[in-house]
Design a binder for this molecule. Structure first.
Ligand SMILES: C[S@@+](CC[C@H](N)C(=O)[O-])C[C@H]1O[C@@H](n2cnc3c(N)ncnc32)[C@H](O)[C@@H]1O
Length: 246
């Protein structure tokens, strides 16, 4: 059997007839991840304590209800936390969290190019879309890191190693793109601890945040416990359960 597979593989190297279907590669990948998303939703939907599935109307305000639920469930209002947001733009979601987490010992760090998306996102958003001015917060707990995550996050990790290791974290992934999301998750892997919160803002986009989540949860061996989801799994929140081998 193995030698037959090897033989077929070699044949395809010499006569790459499958190239005929290559214009369909993107579509096939999309359909594959779309199906994985549906299967994932049907396997996991009952595990979410807070969910609006299924609802016909997408309402962005529902994400604030989800945030409220998270804050109450985990008693976050006066807890000492580290809130990291990847994809800040005008700072709308960031603003909610700074207003609602009250401890003077909670720190908020927002990462963004503030020059817009670094690459096209699907067919509708182009590189440079979502450009915004660095928002101004009169709050000494807030810090923004301007630039590509690929440049700012490794530096931040170097500088804030002990904060990242010792604090309970809320990690808010709102960069839309697969590349940005998988990069952040992989960089933060050594610091992810049981009890940390990981939130996605566009989870149900098959080839972006969902693909990043699927791959990362597979290759990190981490357990992501479902917490809440709104807008048919557009905004989704997990709590990290355990690290492998611990
Ligand atoms: C949807 S917006 C964020 C919206 C914001 N969280 C809110 O709720 O108002 C996505 C942001 O991600 C940023 N972004 C995406 N990939 C990035 C990367 N690799 N490095 C830095 N910023 C990135 C874009 O610049 C954009 O401002």
């Amino acid at each position: 059997m193995l030698s037959l597979i090897k033989f077929l593989k070699n044949i395809l190297f010499v006569f790459p007839v499958t190239l005929i279907t290559s214009p369909l590669n993107k579509l096939m990948l999309f359909l594959s991840y779309h199906n994985r998303l549906i299967i994932w939703v049907y396997k996991n939907k009952k595990r979410f304590e807070y969910s609006d599935f299924f609802s016909w109307k997408r309402d962005y305000n529902k994400r604030y209800h989800l945030y409220e639920f998270i804050k109450e469930k985990f008693d976050f209002e006066d807890a000492d936390l580290l809130y990291l947001e990847f994809g800040v733009a005008n700072g709308e979601s960031f603003n909610w969290w700074t207003k609602n987490l009250k401890s003077n010992n909670t720190f908020f760090v927002g990462f963004d190019t503030f020059e817009g998306l670094p690459e096209n996102w699907g067919a509708f958003y182009e590189k440079g879309d979502m450009r915004a001015k660095v928002p101004i917060f009169n709050d000494s707990r807030v810090l923004f890191k301007k630039g590509l995550f690929q440049d700012t996050l490794p530096k931040f990790i170097n500088e804030q190693n002990s904060q990242l290791s010792s604090r309970r974290k809320i990690i808010h992934l709102d960069a839309d793109l697969y590349s940005s999301t998988i990069f952040v998750l992989s960089q933060l892997y050594p610091y992810l601890k049981s009890g940390d919160i990981v939130m996605f803002d566009e989870f149900n986009v098959p080839l972006h945040e969902f693909k990043a989540f699927s791959e990362f949860s597979q290759f990190s061996y981490l357990t992501f416990n479902p917490v809440g989801a709104v807008n048919n799994f557009y905004q989704v929140c997990f709590e990290i359960a355990t690290k492998p081998m611990t």
